[in-house]
Design a binder for this molecule. Structure first.
Ligand code: SF4
Length: 385
């Protein structure tokens, strides 16, 4: 078993509610729960069990697994039999599967921004009621997981120029619904790929709902070391203010290195507890910014991590330009979460989709995407000269 770093010193938390997740408690002044997510295909049972065990051995308190289909549910049931690790399930838009996954897990995550895709005749309220009833029946907690790339369209209409208010309002609305249904075993996450927005949104939410435990994370933080730095500065700002009851560090690293997410999280928390803060390196927020998802079961081609690393290496020459390139692993979050980037890539099974802002530029085989990306990058640089 790998060595884990224990929290030391004082990490006093805000007095949020205690939310029981299996045998552990999130919030209520308890130690911060460190979690991660399996990046393997859930239906590859052997790989997923190995990934869950790897994360557990690295010190994960809770491991999330993505489920998108009935076959994933069957695989999850087998994974459950082969590990004792506390499991959480990530449903994104597939909330209808919650009755089937709930018996196997301790926590269910749904995304408010994805509740409009299916069963359009049903209201969001009915869908949340269904998830809450199911969670209560199977003794599960819930995470309301709001994400910058998939904001509820109603909230975007209400706050067209205020991204932070839109994501905070979406989280608050769902807390209100769960409160109405008398379901109180829930936590909230409000994630963004921009660490400053993560800080602002979580501070705003913590002021509005000081009772609700928060799950912190910078989504699509990217590869080390930048992904680690973005996460560290966000956690330093929030955790030192008592905000945050559970954390996940999202890094784009190969499956076998996923334990790094746990080690980095514990190291950051340990440093904050000991008062060891690191300032943001000068000019950290200037120049080329590559954001990339940490990958999960939904990743559409295992070349994704290599692609992210190749994009980083290939674009090195543009490091002084304020350009954001997003590299995403799948169609669930890829199309939306690349909208705000100057250039976006999201993986399909055989080809990579390329975007410039919100405009689609077509899809290209994996061995042709880098020169095509370079062409677009050069065009942007030329425009800015
Ligand atoms: S973009 Fe897709 S593959 Fe990447 S972490 Fe999100 S859901 Fe998983």
């Amino acid at each position: 078993m790998e060595e884990t770093i224990q929290l030391t010193g004082d990490l006093r938390r805000n007095p949020t509610r205690s939310v029981r997740v299996g045998d552990m408690t999130i919030g209520g002044g308890n130690p911060i729960v460190v979690q991660s997510m399996a990046a393997t295909r859930t239906q590859d049972i052997e790989a997923t069990v190995r990934q869950v065990k790897l994360l557990e051995a690295a010190g994960a308190d809770l491991v999330r697994v993505a489920v998108d289909s009935r076959k994933d549910v069957e695989a999850l049931a087998t994974v459950r039999e082969q590990t004792e690790a506390p499991l959480s399930v990530d449903l994104q838009e597939n909330y209808r599967l919650c009755t089937q996954v709930a018996p196997h897990v301790d926590k269910i995550r749904y995304n408010p921004g994805h509740l409009h895709h299916h069963e359009r005749s049903k209201s969001v309220r009915e869908k949340v009621a269904f998830v809450a009833e199911t969670a209560a029946e199977y003794d599960c907690a819930i995470r309301v997981g709001v994400n910058c790339g998939s904001i509820d369209p109603r909230m975007l209409e209400r706050y067209p120029n205020d991204h932070v208010s839109a994501i905070v309002a979406s989280a608050s609305e769902h807390c209100g619904l769960l409160d109405e249904f008398s379901f109180d075993r829930y936590v909230v996450s409000i994630k963004d790929s921009d660490w400053k927005q993560v800080v602002e949104a979580n501070q705003k939410f913590a002021e509005e709902r000081p009772d609700v435990p928060l799950h912190l994370g910078v989504t699509e933080a990217g590869m080390p070391p930048e992904g680690v730095i973005k996460t560290r500065v966000a956690f330093e700002q929030l955790v030192s203010q008592g905000i945050g009851d559970t954390v996940r560090v999202s890094l784009t690293v190969p499956f076998d290195d996923k334990g790094m997410e746990i080690h980095v999280a514990r190291e950051i928390l340990s440093d904050i507890a000991a008062g060891r803060f690191r300032s943001v390196p000068p000019k950290f927020d200037e120049g080329l910014n590559i954001i990339s998802c940490p990958s999960c079961s939904r990743v559409e081609n295992e070349k994704f991590v290599d692609l992210a690393q190749d994009v980083k290496a290939m674009t090195e020459y543009a490091s002084e330009y304020d350009i954001t390139i997003a590299v995403m692993g799948c169609r669930v979050n890829g199309p939306g979460e690349t909208d705000d980037a100057d250039l976006g890539l999201w993986c399909g099974p055989l080809a990579v989709n390329l975007k410039r802002g919100e405009e689609s530029l077509g899809h290209y085989p994996y061995d042709e995407i880098l020169p095509r990306l370079k062409q677009e990058l050069d065009a942007i640089i030329e425009d800015r000269r």
